[in-house]
Design a protein around this ligand. Sequence first.
Ligand code: M6R
Length: 357
Amino acid sequence: EKGAYPFYMIKEIDEQPAVLRRLVQEYQNDQHEFEIDTDLTDDLLNSDRVYVIAAGTSYNAGWASKAIMEKVAKIPTEVHLASEFAYDIPLLSEKPFFIFLTQSGETADSRQALVKVNELGHPSLTITNVKGSTLSREASHTLLLHAGPEIAVASTKAYTAQITVMAILADALRALKSEEASFDMAKEIGLAASAMESILSERDDIKTWVDSNLMETRNAFYIGRTADYYVAMEAALKLKEISYIQTEAFASGELKHGTIALIEEGTPVIALISGELTSAHTRGNIEEVKARGANTMVISTHALSREDDQFIVSNLNELLAPLVMVVVTQMIAYYTALGRGLDVDKPRNLAKSVTVE
Ligand code: M6R
């Protein structure tokens, strides 16, 4: 099934542009507008706050989607860890709506939270890759990721599909609220797919950087601000789970509040810069870690120069930049595990679907 690919993970990374395009087709009507089941949109439009609940990569996709839901659909959105939520339910708004992000639809932590939500009688939506899965059956509504089976334990295409479905949903809600669009969502998703293709074609350069910077190290850092910080969280999880390098994600501004103490000669620090507003500050943080000996790599959308920034992602709407920025970090994780001779698809101690709490 993986054909010429040595591992499912790299096949699934490569499938992402096609998944994005498929999602636009699946959710558009004949007039090329996004159309979502009205029972679902009615429930959402009646609510005053969205609570996204998820685990692992799906939780990170929740953070990357929060700004899209708030800025496009104008609905306040919170993101919670499933494993915490069921045991420490926050003070809820008057009309909460719950969104469960789950590739498998079988994650026990997420299911436990959904059981609580159902006991409280609140409406919910499961966004999942698996039709008929437990969380899909038990939530009030379901939207599918249409990503095709994800076999590698390390989730890749489910993350980008989740953000895309959240973007489609947010845009459909915006239209129903008769809010003027500040950009064409379908077009931007198409541009993101093309930007993914162009960065995927730079895989050899990514591998070269990885081979000279991540083969021996025991730790690594990802830094970024706002959406880039959320992508950093996912990037760090990916590198940890398949390469076993202790990797942490930090909001760049927090470095000086403690973490910078960990930087020593040769520590790899990968900076993500897609936000124009935060670019100058993060670049300042890169200088600070460089001065302490860090080996830095910059992935950006607004490159100052080719010397400063190793990987340049085509400039697209900032809200959708995580879709493309993350692809570089997926390849970093992949080539690190590959270079270290590890079983990329089946990392130690992990199962594809975590069905215990
Ligand atoms: O199936 P789910 O999306 O609910 O799974 C949640 C996590 O277990 C999953 O994302 C996990 O973190 C992956 N191994 C990450 O690559």
